[in-house]
Design a protein around this ligand. Structure first.
Ligand code: B16
Ligand code: MG
Length: 222
């Protein structure tokens, strides 16, 4: 029986992924790096440092800088990102999400955030969603980023549920890989060609309906 929902944040609850990309683009330009079109998908869900290393690799600069220089670049990117998200309000909650959360609450499902973003608490507050969740995994305490299953295993532990009692939501290929490596039911939001590992895929959050998810989950369990 479905007892809990585990949520990625960026790209699932709100479109902050576009602000991440904008800030990485700005940093890349400063470093004379041009991000390829696939960066939009490849940067999704990755930790701040993994993302920076990917950005540097697009410019063949991954071995050019010290750890201290990389930390400074990551800090600069985060300051740009924080500036971009300053104007976020509850109007930035993606379509279909508020109804899904309300339906899940009515069904007494436990809800936990499994976001790689260290800014997740700030964003949840800006969206007015901070009180909606039963727990948030602290990404600062993780050893490995998505696609490693650690973050989804921790979210499941916070929900105090078994692997087969949860459904997890992701917009990133690395995130879906993490969910599947954790053995959980994966709901992918986006392009099926990218999120092919997911057990149930919708084109956008507007198409998320709790009863459809429950039906797909029941089929998956059998
Ligand atoms: P921060 P998610 C991820 O959040 C983003 O998708 C990814 O683009 C970002 O680099 C990562 O968080 C770290 O975020 O720099 O704010 O700590 O999709 O796992 O909710
Ligand atoms: Mg995401």
């Amino acid at each position: 029986m479905l007892k809990g929902l585990l949520f990625d944040l960026d790209g699932v609850l709100t479109d902050s992924a576009k602000y991440h990309l904008q800030a990485w683009n700005q940093l890349a330009t400063d470093l004379n790096i041009t991000l390829p079109p696939e960066a939009n998908q490849q940067l999704r869900g990755r930790s701040r440092l993994d993302s920076l290393n990917l950005v540097l690799s697009y410019g063949h600069q991954e071995n050019r800088y010290t750890s201290a220089q990389k930390a400074a670049f990551a800090k600069t990117k985060n300051q740009m990102y924080l500036h971009l998200i300053e104007a976020m309000t509850p109007a930035d909650i993606l379509p279909g999400i508020s109804d899904l959360l309300a339906a899940a609450k009515a069904a007494h499902l436990t809800m936990v955030i499994a976001s790689a973003s260290r800014n997740a608490p700030v964003i949840l507050t800006r969206l007015g969603l901070a009180e909606q969740f039963d727990g948030i995994v602290d990404p600062a305490t993780l050893h490995r980023g998505k696609p490693d299953p650690e973050i989804y295993e921790r979210a499941q532990a916070l929900a105090k549920l078994n692997t087969t009692e949860v459904a997890a939501f992701e917009d990133a290929a690395v995130g879906v890989s993490a969910i599947k490596a954790a053995g959980q039911f994966a709901v992918g939001i986006g392009d099926p060609a990218v999120l092919y590992q997911a057990d149930y895929i919708v084109p956008s959050t507007a198409a998320l309906k709790l009863e459809d998810i429950q039906r797909a989950y029941t089929t998956w369990l059998e």
